[in-house]
Design a binder for this molecule. Structure first.
Ligand code: GAL
Length: 661
C-alpha cells in the first residue's frame, strides 16, 4: 500500500483535481477528456459529493453512472482518487435520521440544505458511512482506474448532541478511570462543579460563564479521537476489499479540531488542502507553512497537495484572485516541500450550486482563458518533474507543534486575549522562512536530536514527558528557544507550582518566572538592548542563565527579559515578551547562526525561496522561487528541469528546478 505504487502508477508526480462530472452532460464530458489531455491531468478525485446519486434511497445503490466515468477516465489515461461521499449526506438521510443532525452548543439543531450536516457520533451516520464506503470498495476495489482512496472531505465538524454526550462519557471513563479522578483532574471542587454520576457530565454546551477548562480540553481531545475512529472505520471497510492506499484530505485551518499527528499515523498518504489567507508574498509564506506542516505530520515522507485554488485567495471576506503565474509558483512551493504533485478544487467551475464562485482549472470562461492557459503550463511543468517522485526534504530547524498545547490555549479565562497559538506558530515559521531556512514542525515529545535549533513559540501545556524530552535535547547539544507562557500547566491544565515553567524546563533554561504581567492593549515597552516589545512581560529571575536583554520599565526595570543558559552541551534560551517584528527577526537570525545552521542553497539573497529535495540514491534538486521583482544570479549555472536549459540566473518572480546532483 505504499506511495511508490501511486507515483509508479501515475508515471511521475500527480496533476489534476476534484472532478464532479455529475454536474455536466455528455458534450462537456467529451470536452473534459480532451482538455485533461491538454493539461496533462493524470489524477482526478471523483465522488466527493456524490452520495445522493450513489445511494438515491437508503440501501439502494446506483453505480452505473460512476462505472461509466471511471471507465472513461481510465481510457483517457487519468487515474482516479475515489472518494467516499460521507461529508455530504443527502436529504433523505437526515429526514430518516433526524437524531444524526449536528447540534450547536446552544442547543440549535441544524438542518440539511448545506453540506456536512451530520454528527460524527450518531450511530445511524456511522453505520451509513461504513456501509457506503464498503459498497464502493467492493465495487471498485480493484478497478484499473483506481490509484487512491479519499475518505470523506476535510473532517472538521463539531457537535454537542446527546449522542456526543454519551460517547464523551465513554471516552472520559477510559481516560480518567474513575469519577474521582475526573473531578480531581478538572478541579471541580471550585465553583461547586463536583460530579457524582457520569450522566451529569456534558459536552461544553452553552452555559452561564466560563466553562471548566479541563472539560473543554478533554472535549477537544475526545472529538479528535472520535473523528479518527470514524476515519478508521471507513478505511478498514475499504481495506477489506482493496489494497490501494487510503488518505483523507486534511484541512489545515487556523483553528484546530484534529490532532494532526494522530491522523498522520493512520493514513497511507498524508494529503492536505491549501487556500492562502492573504495575497502576494504572504500567500507564498502561507503555502510554505502549510506544506511544512503536511510533510511533518507525514513524518518526513512524501505527501500530496490534494486541493488548492487556481484563482482563489480567501482574504478580507472576499475571494481575491491570484497573481498571474501563481498557479505554477504555488504548485512548486508545495512540491518543493515534499508534495508528490499538485491538485486543485475543482476541474470545472460549477455552473450552479453552493460553490459557483470558487475558481477551477476550467473557469466559466472556458479553455480560452488565462486560467486554463496557466493550468496547462503548470501541468506541463509538473510533468517534467517526474524524477523528483519519492524524494524528501531535510530540515535543521524545527518549530514545536502540539495539539494539546493548542487546545489548552483556547479555554476561557486566560490572562490575555493576545495569547494565540496559531499566530505564534505562524510568526516563528515566517521568521525562519524570511531567513531562508527549511523548517520542520515537531512534537515536543519526539526525538529532536537531528535538529540544530528548536523553537517553542508557545507551549502553555507541557507534559512531564515532553519537558524531560526538551531537557535531554538541550543537554545533548541542541539549541532551544522557549517563548513566553510556556510550561505553565500539566496535561490536565493544572498549574505548575513553585514558579514557571515546569521544573525540568526551568533547570534547562536556568530561569524562574514568578509572575506574569500581561501588557495593556497597544502598550509598547523598550528593552535594554533597544528593541521594543508588546503584549506580555514576566517577572523573571535568572538561575544560572545569562540575561541578554532586560526590561526598562516600571516594577520590572532591570529584570531579565531575554536569557541564554548553557546547559549540558547545548543552550536554552527564554524570551519572556513579544518582540516587535524586527527584533524577533534579529533574534531568530542570531539563533540560526549560533546553532550553526545553513540555508539549503547558500548564496542567495533574501526573497528567494530555495528548498532541496533529496532522493535515497544521492540525487538532489533545488526548487527555487524568486519573490523579487528583479533577476537573481545563481551561485552556479545549473540544469533547470522546467526549461530544459542551463540557467545562470533566476528571472524576476520566476522559478526553477535545478538538478543539484
Ligand atoms: C475546500 C473543500 C472543497 C471546496 C473548496 C472550495 O476547502 O474541501 O470541497 O469547498 O474548499 O474552495
Amino acid at each position: 500500500m505504499d506511495l511508490q505504487r501511486l507515483t509508479d502508477r501515475l508515471g511521475g508526480l500527480a496533476f489534476g483535481g476534484d472532478y464532479n462530472p455529475e454536474q455536466w452532460d455528455a458534450r462537456v464530458w467529451k470536452e473534459d477528456d480532451e482538455l485533461m489531455r491538454r493539461a496533462r491531468v493524470n489524477l482526478a478525485t471523483v465522488g466527493v459529493f456524490s452520495w445522493a446519486l450513489l445511494e438515491p434511497e437508503e440501501g439502494r445503490y446506483d453505480f452505473d453512472w460512476l462505472d461509466a466515468h471511471l471507465d472513461r477516465l481510465h481510457a483517457n489515461g487519468v487515474a482516479v482518487d475515489l472518494a467516499t461521499p460521507t461529508a455530504s449526506p443527502p436529504p433523505w438521510f437526515t429526514l430518516a435520521h433526524p437524531d444524526a443532525l449536528p447540534v450547536h452548543p446552544d442547543g440549535t439543531r441544524l438542518t440539511h440544505g448545506s453540506r456536512d450536516a451530520y454528527c460524527l457520533t450518531a450511530p445511524a451516520y456511522r453505520r451509513a458511512a461504513r456501509r457506503i464506503a464498503a459498497a464502493l470498495a467492493e465495487r471498485y476495489g480493484d478497478h484499473p482506474a483506481l490509484a487512491l482512496w479519499h475518505v470523506h472531505n476535510e473532517y472538521a465538524t463539531l457537535c454537542h448532541c446527546d449522542h456526543a454526550a454519551a460517547a464523551f462519557r465513554v471516552w472520559l471513563r477510559a481516560r480518567h478511570g474513575s469519577l474521582d479522578a475526573l473531578n480531581d483532574a478538572w478541579g471541580t471542587t471550585f465553583w461547586s462543579q463536583r460530579y457524582t454520576s457520569w450522566e451529569q457530565v456534558l459536552p461544553p454546551r452553552a452555559t452561564q460563564w466560563h466553562h471548566n477548562p479541563g472539560q473543554r480540553l478533554d472535549y477537544s481531545r475526545f472529538w479528535s479521537d472520535e473523528t479518527l475512529a470514524a476515519y478508521r472505520e471507513q478505511r478498514d471497510a475499504i481495506r477489506a476489499h482493496s489494497d490501494r492506499p487510503v488518505t483523507t484530505n486534511l484541512m489545515l485551518p487556523g483553528y484546530q479540531n484534529l490532532d494532526l499527528w494522530a491522523f498522520g499515523r493512520e493514513v497511507d498518504l498524508v494529503s492536505v488542502n491549501h487556500y492562502p489567507g492573504a495575497p502576494g508574498v504572504d500567500a507564498a509564506a502561507h503555502a510554505a507553512f502549510d506544506a511544512d506542516r503536511a510533510r511533518s505530520i507525514a513524518g518526513g515522507a512524501p505527501w500530496l497537495l490534494m486541493e488548492s485554488g487556481t484563482n482563489t485567495v480567501y482574504a478580507e471576506g472576499r475571494v481575491l484572485p491570484k497573481e498571474p503565474g501563481d498557479i505554477l509558483r504555488h504548485s512548486l512551493a508545495h512540491i518543493a516541500r515534499g508534495s508528490e504533485g499538485a491538485l486543485f478544487f475543482q476541474w470545472r467551475q460549477s455552473r450552479a450550486g453552493a460553490e459557483q464562485w470558487h475558481s477551477a482549472m476550467v473557469p466559466h470562461a472556458g479553455p480560452d482563458s488565462r486560467i486554463f492557459r496557466e493550468v496547462t503550463a503548470t501541468g506541463e511543468a509538473v510533468a517534467r518533474l517526474g524524477e523528483l517522485a519519492g524524494s524528501t526534504v531535510r530540515a535543521e530547524v524545527a518549530v514545536l507543534h502540539d495539539s494539546d498545547a493548542w487546545w489548552a490555549m483556547t479555554v476561557d479565562g486566560l490572562p490575555s486575549p493576545e495569547l494565540d497559538y496559531y499566530a505564534a506558530l505562524r510568526r516563528a515559521h515566517r521568521a525562519l522562512w524570511d531567513a531562508g531556512r527549511t523548517v520542520d514542525f515537531a512534537h515536543p515529545g519526539q526525538d529532536l536530536s537531528r535538529y540544530r535549533l528548536v523553537i517553542a513559540p508557545t507551549l502553555f501545556l507541557l507534559s512531564d514527558v515532553s519537558a524531560h524530552n526538551l531537557r535531554s535535547y538541550v543537554a545533548g547539544g541542541g539549541t532551544l528557544l522557549v517563548q513566553h507562557f510556556s510550561g505553565v500547566v500539566d496535561e490536565n491544565l493544572r498549574s505548575r507550582l513553585g514558579g514557571y515553567p515546569a521544573a525540568p524546563l526551568r533547570e534547562t533554561l536556568g530561569i524562574r518566572s514568578e509572575e506574569y504581567r500581561p501588557l495593556r492593549r497597544h502598550e509598547v515597552i523598550t528593552l535594554s538592548d533597544g528593541s521594543t516589545a508588546s503584549s506580555w512581560s514576566e517577572s523573571l529571575r535568572t538561575e544560572g542563565a545569562e540575561a541578554l536583554a532586560a526590561y526598562t520599565h516600571g516594577p520590572l526595570d532591570g529584570s531579565p527579559a531575554l536569557t541564554r543558559h548553557a546547559f549540558g552541551s547545548g543552550h536554552g534560551w527564554y524570551l519572556s515578551t513579544r518582540l516587535d517584528d524586527a527584533g524577533y527577526a534579529a533574534l531568530v537570525e542570531r539563533l540560526l547562526t549560533e546553532a550553526g545552521t545553513a540555508p539549503d542553497l547558500p548564496g542567495l539573497p533574501p526573497g528567494v525561496e530555495a528548498v532541496t529535495r533529496h532522493a535515497p540514491d544521492g540525487r538532489a534538486w533545488h526548487l527555487l522561487l524568486n519573490h523579487r521583482p528583479e533577476a537573481v544570479p545563481l551561485p552556479q549555472p545549473c540544469h533547470d528541469l522546467l526549461t530544459g536549459t542551463t540557467l545562470g540566473e533566476l528571472p524576476p518572480d520566476g522559478c526553477a528546478v535545478l538538478r543539484a546532483r
